[in-house]
Design a protein around this ligand. Structure first.
Ligand code: FUB
Ligand code: ZN
Length: 619
């Protein structure tokens, strides 16, 4: 049955699987529609997104909150607006999630729901193409007066959803709504018209997607123009975040300098991530933007001085953003789930731009730790904030007033297959080790593969060629891995590692199997000494996973857990714990008894409430 569904997806996705190589990208990711995830770790999670999490988003949108009523009211002009001014974006992100999910988990009832919402959205669009239920219901005369009111942010999510739904179903109503809104925006704000600095980035990357979808160059140029608006003092807000002089807080909005002069991260974390995505997208398609140096320097700043061991970013509650370099408190960490999704979106683009595996190291860290913690094991409770320590009072919730995170996790997970492979005319890159069956083009060749793995629990992955391939095979060697072995059809082989990829010859026959095995010992890691919060502390990692101590496993105060150089740390397979995990048991040298237990960080707060800590005392 699964196979049949998979073949249908391949047909639908045929165009996605035959993309032309972008000249300024080293490689391009293989579209998730060509990659059927079949993996003991991820498949149950993706199925839960389809069967539980998206239905939660639907229920919240239709029943528990006024999100869909806002569109109904905007269409009739009767009734008021409820919720936050950017709640429309949650509806669009839910639709984008539905679109991705339908590709792998066809669901006619869910598709009918989506069609129903889309009809309501289309009915709410103004004649001039404008669509935003907040202003339609509170006073269209005030639209486009405050750059922090997220009109372009919502439009960006609308466009992304319209493209996704068109690709998944062939239907184009939502895409056309998005195109009309894009054209409306472009008619108002442009070189001859008004300046505008989108207070929350998102529209930039969406315009590039719209260019890819329609082939209309104007959308790409417009994304470039929007980026060029930053750093010239054009920003204005009535009710948004202000500086000490009561003006638009330019650093918060990534608007203090022109984007090609950005060298250090500032302000809001999610906005920064989406901005950097837009910059990558434009730089890959327009020569001479000058964004590359900014992007490379920003990446160093984010990952070396402002990122948690979990891959989470953003510290400050007041700005949902970055603080001083190395200021990374654990209990007070913000680490919004959306910011981790943003890290994945940005790092995958950086990898396409450079062909360097180090970006996938960061993507993997963010996804398997900070992002995955954002959802519980049952798929129906969410963290917005993902601290690295808790007194026992931080718990996932069924929903949030500001509910950006649940649908962001959904859309990311439902399109997880995007991050496994990338290709160019001469090589196939393997970026993540996630079991799958895939069929796609590498250059002009049709390639079909099956990957099997027990990652992240075990280090071995087998890749079976179901077709021949005359291209190099580049296998990412994760940054955490100190030793690995490779074999082809059971015979050990050696391979040079360049840019983080083990590179293998370029002539494969149907039936060949390449196996790569990473040693996956338990490792104790320390933070940069400048991180005050982690002084005298260590964290535990195994493979891509960061571990934590939870009170329910460690009834004595977790603050008393102490690692020493002689503590033995044993990896223990626990098939029945937390949906299957490898736990890490600490045994002190003076006693054979287990003195503490650690579990993967992503799995915390799924049992009895209690304290949690990632960074443990070290003596
Ligand atoms: O403002 C829209 C979204 O809501 C942001 O991305 C999140 O940080 C939250 O503030
Ligand atoms: Zn969020």
């Amino acid at each position: 049955m699964k196979k049949l569904v998979f073949s249908a997806c391949l047909l639908l996705a045929a165009s996605a699987c035959k993309k032309e190589q972008k000249p300024d990208l080293v490689n391009q990711h293989v579209d998730f529609a060509c990659v059927h995830v079949a993996d003991s770790f991820w498949s149950p999670r993706l199925e839960r997104v389809a069967r539980v999490t998206i239905p939660v988003c639907i229920d919240q949108t239709e029943v528990q909150t006024g999100r869909i009523h806002n569109f109904e009211n905007a269409a009739t002009g009767e009734g008021g607006h409820s919720g936050i001014f950017f709640d429309d974006s949650d509806v669009y992100k839910a639709l984008e999630s539905i679109a991705y999910s339908l590709t792998n988990y066809p669901d006619p009832a869910m598709e009918a729901t989506a069609d129903d919402w889309i009809a309501k959205i289309a009915a709410a669009q103004q004649k001039d193409g404008y669509i935003n239920t907040y202003y339609t219901l509170t006073g269209l005369d005030r639209r486009w007066t405050d750059m922090d009111k997220h009109e372009m942010y919502c439009a960006g999510h609308l466009i992304e959803a319209g493209i996704a739904y068109n690709k998944a179903t062939g239907k184009r109503t939502l895409l056309d709504v998005g195109i009309r809104m894009a054209d409306h925006i472009m008619s108002l704000f442009n070189e001859q018209g008004r300046h505008w600095v989108p207070g929350h980035e998102e529209i930039e990357l969406a315009m590039v997607k719209l260019y890819e979808q329609t082939g209309e160059r104007k959308y790409l140029d417009y994304a470039h123009w929007l980026l060029s608006q930053r750093g010239h003092g054009y920003g204005y807000t009535e009710n948004g975040i202000k500086d000490s002089l009561n003006r638009w807080n330019a650093p918060y909005y990534q608007d203090a300098v022109p984007v090609c002069d950005l060298r250090s991260i500032s302000g809001h974390a999610v906005r920064s991530m989406y901005l950097y995505c837009g910059m990558c997208d434009v730089a890959a398609r327009i020569a001479g933007t000058g964004y590359e140096e900014a992007l490379d320097t920003l990446w160093e700043d984010v990952t070396k001085r402002n990122m948690y061991v979990t891959g989470g970013i953003g510290v400050a509650y007041c700005t949902e953003g970055f603080a001083n370099d190395y200021e990374l408190p654990n209990k007070e960490a913000y680490c919004e789930t959306c910011a981790s999704v943003g890290m994945a979106l940005w790092n995958s683009r950086m990898a396409e731009r450079t062909g360097d595996a180090k970006y996938y190291d960061i993507l993997e860290r963010s996804v398997y730790n900070a992002m995955l913690a954002g959802i519980n094991l049952d798929g129906n409770l969410f963290f917005y904030v993902n601290p690295l320590a808790s007194d026992g009072n931080h718990h996932r919730k069924a929903w949030y007033g500001c509910a950006c995170c649940p649908s962001n996790i959904c859309r990311f997970m439902a399109s997880l297959g995007n991050y496994i492979y990338a290709a160019n005319d001469t090589a196939l890159y393997v970026n993540l080790y996630i079991g799958n069956e895939a069929a796609f083009k590498v250059g002009k060749e049709d390639v079909s593969l099956a990957m099997t793995t027990r990652y992240p629990w075990a280090g071995r992955t087998d890749i079976l060629f179901r077709s021949g391939m005359k291209k190099r095979l580049l296998l990412r060697v994760p940054g955490w891995c100190r030793h690995f072995t490779l074999s082809v059809n059971g015979e050990p082989v050696e391979a040079a590692v360049r840019n983080g990829y083990a590179s293998l010859r370029g002539c494969w026959r149907e039936g060949d199997t390449v196996s790569i095995e990473f040693d996956m010992p338990v490792e104790v890691v320390s933070a940069d000494p400048r991180v005050k919060a982690d002084e005298g502390r260590r964290a535990v990692q195994r493979g891509p996973l960061v571990y934590c101590a939870e009170q329910t496993d460690n009834p004595a105060d977790i603050e008393s857990i102490t690692l020493t150089d002689s503590t033995r740390l044993n990896a223990v397979c626990e098939p029945d714990l937390l949906g299957e995990v490898v736990a890490v048991d600490g045994v002190s040298p003076s006693s054979p008894d287990v003195s503490f237990r650690l579990i993967p960080y992503y799995a915390w707060d799924n049992r009895a409430a209690g304290k949690m800590a990632v960074w443990l005392k070290y003596e």
